[in-house]
Design a protein around this ligand. Structure first.
Ligand code: AMP
Length: 570
């Protein structure tokens, strides 16, 4: 389920910021990444990259099992002190690719900003700060994000308290620099993340101004960009002329015996989405891929709690644990094997019907490797990928490389699943009827049929059977979905709206309806989260009841919808 979070009052996070049109650069240099050496052995362990002991421990604690392709190639270059240009999409593990060498370079004992990371959006600033913090939390390193939209005085305070690493959007970084609230004279490491996006957002001149202010000596720069427009190539020529460059561009491949589908899902809804997909697909033996060891354990536990037969398989398990899990999977006691890539390497089980990419693969090689676990021995298999909105571009890249479209599908609703269960139920009945395997009950039926209509007898018997076979996972009701786990802001109340993006609902519909029907100004409406089939909106707590009544009585997008207070999560 896709979740769009719109905070009224603040600039939408991905809004393009209009800046004066950039001057045309002189003829731009062409940018050619170094080809991936064909004979280079694939690096499969973080131990081989040259990272310090504390960082290796932190990586291990994060549950990362092996470096992603961009990490394997970028980390040794950066640790060797060279500048780097990385051509890689978001979601490929770029942040750790520059973040780990950055942490290793910064000295927490020195009270100065030693590393600067520039990113295009506030979301990325927060994400990258979180990722750096996760690896540096035991080292006493302070990382401060600065971005537009947040009150600047709060940032003054955070910077004043002392930061070793600053992660920010170029406009705001420049702002602090000009105000004298940020001293970049001790910076020895600068990373530019998603340089092409920063260009598209009109930040290029700000970036040039900032880079020109950084110390030239002893400075290392890493630039990441999915594409290399001429203006970025010119920037590289000026500021990173001797950089090594790596591109993660895998070779074209084809996959034939697999039906490939993807579902777009908001990060917080992945478990629910997976459960629904499983209920709808009723797969046979299935491998579910996760990125980290901890994720496999968590997901397998969560699936077991929901009543599925799931087992985790990861690289940290000893041989006897692994054997036990594989035995249960082969013998059908567990249908779902929740595995990391490393653990699933070499698994060859002909009967696997489905491969599910719970976490997106890093690149097309990994995608093909994963989905090759199904569709074996002449059977067709199904490959299902859960895609977060920010990973759409990676999916498109995979599609391009394999040369076949991956079919989009809608997360099944509770009603779809109920219909599917009924179909399966009826299918089983048909089979039994065809087999004629019911002599044992015939005498009872004949007795009852002398008192009741035989059709009624059959209907009651089926109802009893239906109730006993369908009690393990009750269908989710709209009430249950009315919990999304988000806490409203102080003074606000969160309302559940039984309509979502698939019904055409837009933030403006909610703001308009609340303003008109409740008579409060549109700007007092708070966060709006629009999901596939439902939505949440925050209103001032004192108007919550009036808003529920007014919205329930009016129509949204031409129809009446259910509006209630959002429940806390179960
Ligand atoms: P990024 O491209 O930096 O936004 O990373 C995408 C996601 O992958 C983040 O959630 C990272 O924490 C995660 N990640 C990065 N590197 C690894 C790795 N080697 N193994 C598992 N997860 C990773």
């Amino acid at each position: 389920m896709n979740k769009i979070r719109v905070h009224k009052g603040a600039a939408p996070p991905f809004a393009k910021i209009k800046r004066p049109a950039a001057r045309r650069p002189e003829p731009a240099p062409r940018f050619e990444p170094e080809p991936e050496p064909d004979d280079a052995p694939a690096i499969t362990s973080f131990d081989e990259l040259g990272l310090s002991e504390p960082l290796l421990r932190a990586v291990k604690e994060a549950g990362f099992e092996s470096p992603t392709p961009i990490q394997a190639r970028a980390i040794p270059i950066l640790l060797g002190g060279q500048d780097l240009i990385g051509q890689a999409q978001t979601g490929t593990g770029k942040t750790a690719a520059f973040g780990l060498p950055l942490i290793q370079r910064v000295d927490p004992a020195q009270r100065s900003v030693q590393a600067l990371v520039m990113v295009p959006t506030r979301e990325l600033a927060i994400q990258a700060t979180g990722e750096i913090h996760r690896f540096a939390k035991n080292s006493g390193l302070r990382t401060v994000p600065v971005y537009g939209g947040q009150p600047i005085d709060r940032q003054f305070r955070a910077l004043h308290l002392g930061a070793h690493v600053v992660v920010g959007t170029p406009g705001r970084v420049l702002d602090h620099l000009r105000r004298g609230t940020l001293d970049l004279s001790k910076v020895t490491f600068c990373a530019l993340d998603e340089a092409d996006e920063m260009l598209a957002f009109g930040f290029i001149e700000d970036i040039e101004a900032i880079l020109a202010e950084l110390p030239k000596e002893q400075r290392q720069t890493a630039l990441f960009s999915a594409t290399m427009p001429p203006r970025i190539a010119a920037l590289i020529k000026k500021f990173l002329p001797d950089a090594r460059s790596v591109a993660i561009q895998p070779k074209r491949r084809t996959v034939e015996t697999t039906n490939q589908t993807y579902y777009e899902v908001a990060p917080g809804n992945k478990q629910d989405a997976l459960a629904r997909v499983l209920d709808m697909e009723t797969p046979g033996p299935t491998i579910v891929f996760c990125r980290t060891r901890s994720a496999t354990d968590e997901l397998a536990d969560a699936l077991r709690m929901r009543g599925y037969g799931a087992e985790a398989l990861h690289g940290e398990m000893n041989q006897s644990e692994r054997d036990r899990v594989m035995r249960r999977f082969r013998e059908g006691q567990a249908d779902l094997l929740v595995a990391t890539d490393v653990a699933a390497r070499g698994l060859d089980i002909e009967t696997v019907t489905h491969v599910i990419n719970y976490d997106m693969p890093w690149d097309v090689e990994q995608y093909i490797h994963r989905i090759g676990r199904t569709g074996r021995a002449g059977r067709t298999g199904d490959a299902i990928t859960l895609v977060e909105p920010k990973e759409r571009r990676n999916l498109r890249m995979i599609e391009q490389m394999i040369g076949t479209p991956i079919r989009p599908a809608r997360i099944p609703t509770a009603a779809d699943i109920a219909a599917r269960r009924r179909d399966l139920f009826v299918g089983t009945l048909r089979e039994r009827l065809a087999k004629g395997d019911y002599d044992g009950q015939m005498a009872t039926v004949e007795t009852l049929a002398s008192e009741f209509d035989p059709a009624d007898v059959a209907a009651v018997a089926l109802q009893m059977l239906w109730e006993t076979t369908n009690t393990s996972r009750p269908e989710e009701t709209q009430e249950e979905i009315a919990a999304d786990g988000e806490q409203p802001e102080a003074g606000m109340a969160r309302l559940f709206i039984g309509m979502g993006r698939q019904d055409g609902l837009r933030p403006g519909d909610l703001v308009g309806a609340i303003a008109n029907e409740v008579g409060i100004p549109g700007k007092s409406v708070g966060a709006i989260d629009i999901l596939d089939r439902t939505a949440f909106v925050e209103v001032p707590a004192e108007h919550a009841q009036a808003a529920i009544e007014a919205l329930s009585a009016t129509k949204l997008r031409g129809r009446r919808v259910k509006v209630t207070a959002a429940h806390p999560p179960r």
